[in-house]
Design a protein around this ligand. Structure first.
Ligand code: ADP
Ligand code: MG
Length: 664
């Protein structure tokens, strides 16, 4: 597949290189240059919107910053192209960093508003700062000079082509690197990313900065290509156009970005010529007819489903062949076409084209036999660290309050190194809250927590994770759109020490790190029995496998303490039996395990110590058998208003699921 892509890419490149010879008309060449420039911007914007999942309506502002910086440097300072472009990229990167700050606090529609405001402010500033920018009159820029020769439009085309190719490679390498995986993890689950040692703030800012750098490159190329820039060229419409191009082409795809850029640049031009517009409509009818026909034959649509769109298309065709003057209707038609495409192809053109392959892959992996967990060693165990009776973790008088409710009321907990420590109690008793306190997601209002001799209160989750505490979540928090292997690789991010230059140049040292991380991740998948599913998207896994994957991902941190929040919930009996074996093996690797579980047979059989919480207070602690017969514990399970979930059918009949059954 990689080779096919490479050959296809080279072919396209040869075609692109021959383009100036093919076009006699300089106007068309100019359109292609604009497509290339937009594509560079969209590559970067996709990092933010597609991978990190942050909406941006501020990229026109960044584009303007790049254009004006390059324009001003070349006109006012008279510096050459190869100084102006990097400077523009750097300045835009700084602005991107500024734009990141609101994104650390707000997301979704609010972030869209903030970024839009940012872009508007940039426009106003350019308008107002007459002394520097010439205000509304704009700035004249000339084509770059190389070795005393001013480039012609045709020669500049090759500069843009080179920029597109280099940006394509750079963005692809970034996205395949630990950076890209961190960005995508932020989208999947920020809280899980944090708990895997991926600092959410740091990587969000990085995503904005990298994205802005490409906007800066695109902007600077734009000023040289147009030879004239004015503030009204970077307005609201351009923001919408960029976002539209990205969605239209398909997020998370470089080819999609090029396609999207082509559509938003070419379509309005085609719409200005009636004859061209008519042939476009005919083409559209043919494509829709083919798609609908194929869909009906393969029973993917019912006739009723396609009736409305076909009717709408018919009305559109009648309208299209009845108008005599297209210039007035241009924007309306453009808008309608865009709406239709986005409505019917929510994943963009590339998403639509890729769909059959994704389905094929899913079918294939569903057909492969699911492997059992295997008895492979996770890592060399350090025997000396294993057998100590010292507490690895100590919490004293932890208080955690939500409004008036004390979810944890002076809880003291001591976890012995190398043990499996059960944490049980009725629903709402504060078990998960305790886990969130230990992993830094909540900061307790009082109390102390010490792990391995260091206080962890107030430390950010990513630091705590890298310090040796890994966890899973009660409601599974995987990076859904990433593959099983990538999910585990995210937690290996801390093993990478090479920086961005090594990634961009794909240096051997960095490649070794990638390979090492991949080998270790595959070993973990083998251990968990998930190796055959390595390329499957995490969200497509059956629920039980998702839970196992989450444990595998946590193991990638090579933790000293592993917290499992109801790992057996929703698992079938044979899966639970596997899980018990896995947990024991993890403990044998020297990892201390804290287990929150409702399956009492499991808790009683594998835990060395059990702590019982009720209404935020510790009511019992000790060996499982002792705790089990404690009257306060029985009372908590019987008398509490909290309702126990229906126990899963057990693999061993006669073994009680909840404490009280045994006592009754
Ligand atoms: P458990 O895991 O033992 O079932 P939790 O620790 O999830 O219980 O919850 C303990 C109590 O704290 C519950 O009453 C719950 O509603 C409350 N709680 C937990 N997290 C929050 C939160 N973020 N905001 C408000 N209340 C919360
Ligand atoms: Mg819970």
């Amino acid at each position: 597949m990689r080779n096919v892509q490479l050959i296809f890419g080279c072919l396209l490149l040869v075609l692109a290189a021959a383009l100036p010879q093919a076009f006699q008309n300089p106007y068309y060449l100019h359109l292609v240059v604009v497509i290339g420039i937009y594509a560079v911007l969209l590559f970067g914007m996709d990092i933010l919107v597609g991978y990190t999942g942050e909406v941006s309506l501020g990229h026109a502002g960044l584009f303007a910053v790049g254009a004006y910086t390059a324009g001003l440097i070349s006109t006012k300072l008279g510096l050459p192209f190869y100084a102006a472009v990097p400077a523009a990229m750097a300045v835009t990167a700084v602005f991107g960093g500024l734009l990141a700050f609101p994104a650390l606090r707000v997301t979704g529609p609010y972030l869209a508003m903030v970024t839009l405001a940012f872009s508007t402010i940039i426009m106003i500033l350019i308008n107002e700062m007459d002394f520097l920018t010439n205000g509304p009159q704009g700035l004249q820029v000339q084509k770059p000079v190389f070795f005393d020769h001013r480039l012609t439009s045709e020669e500049f085309y090759y500069v843009v082509l080179a920029a597109v190719v280099l940006s394509f490679i750079a963005v692809t390498r970034i996205l395949r690197s630990p950076l890209g995986r961190a960005f995508e993890a932020l989208r999947g689950s920020p809280v899980a990313a944090d708990c895997m040692g991926v600092n959410v703030y740091r990587y969000k800012v990085l995503a904005f900065v990298i994205s802005a750098t490409f906007a800066g490159l695109a902007g600077s190329l734009f000023s040289y290509s147009e030879e004239y820039i004015a503030p009204n060229g970077f307005g609201f419409e351009l923001n919408v156009l960029f976002l539209l191009a990205l969605i239209l082409g398909g997020k998370k795809s470089r080819v999609g970005a090029i396609l999207g850029a082509s559509v938003v640049v070419l379509l309005p031009n085609w719409l200005s010529d009636l004859a061209l517009f008519h042939s476009l409509v005919v083409g559209l009818v043919v494509i829709v007819a083919l798609a609908v026909g194929a869909g009906l034959v393969r029973k993917r649509f019912t006739p009723r489903q396609v009736a409305l769109p076909c009717l709408a298309l018919a009305v559109f065709v009648v309208f299209a062949f009845n108008i005599t003057d297209i210039t007035e209707q241009r924007l309306t038609i453009f808008g309608l076409m865009m709406l239709a495409v986005i409505y019917y192809l929510p994943n963009g053109v590339m998403g639509f084209l890729k769909a059959p392959f994704v389905r094929l892959k899913a079918d294939q992996s569903a057909a492969t036999n699911l492997s059992k967990p295997r008895a492979v060693a996770l890592w060399e165990t350090d025997k000396s660290a294993q057998s100590s009776s010292e507490p690895l973790f100590m919490a004293k008088d932890i208080v955690m309050q939500f409004g008036g409710l004390k979810a944890l009321n002076k809880v003291t907990l001591s976890i012995t190194s190398g043990s499996i420590h059960g944490l049980i109690g009725p629903n709402g008793s504060g078990k998960s809250t305790m886990m969130n306190v230990i992993t830094g997601i909540y900061v307790p209002i009082a109390g102390a927590a010490v792990f391995d001799g260091h206080s962890i209160v107030g430390r950010p989750p990513s630091k705590i994770a890298l310090g040796g505490i890994a966890r899973t979540f009660q409601n599974v928090q995987l990076f859904g759109e990433m593959s099983v292997l990538e999910n585990v690789l995210v937690a290996f991010n801390h093993t990478f020490h090479r920086g961005l230059p090594a990634i961009l140049l794909n240096l051997p040292g960095y490649r070794t790190e990638q390979q090492a991380a991949k080998d270790k991740a595959l070993n973990i998948l083998d251990f968990m029995g998930l190796k055959s599913l390595r390329d499957e998207e995490a969200r497509n896994l059956p629920y039980g496998k998702q839970r196992l994957l989450e444990i595998g991902r946590a193991l990638a941190l090579k933790p000293r303490m592993l917290l499992l929040d109801e790992p057996a919930a929703g698992l079938t009996a044979p899966d639970i039996a596997d899980l018990v074996q896995i947990i024991k093996k993890i403990r044998d690797h020297g990892v201390t395990v804290v287990l929150i579980e409702h399956h009492m047979d499991m808790v009683m059989s594998i835990c060395d110590t059990v702590t019982v919480l009720d209404f935020g207070q510790k009511i019992a602690e000790g060996k499982p058998a002792v705790v089990q017969s404690d009257p306060r514990v029985i009372e908590a399970y019987l008398g509490g208003s909290a309702v126990e979930p229906e126990p899963e059918p057990s693999s061993e009949p006669g073994v009680p699921h909840v404490l009280i059954q045994k006592e009754a």
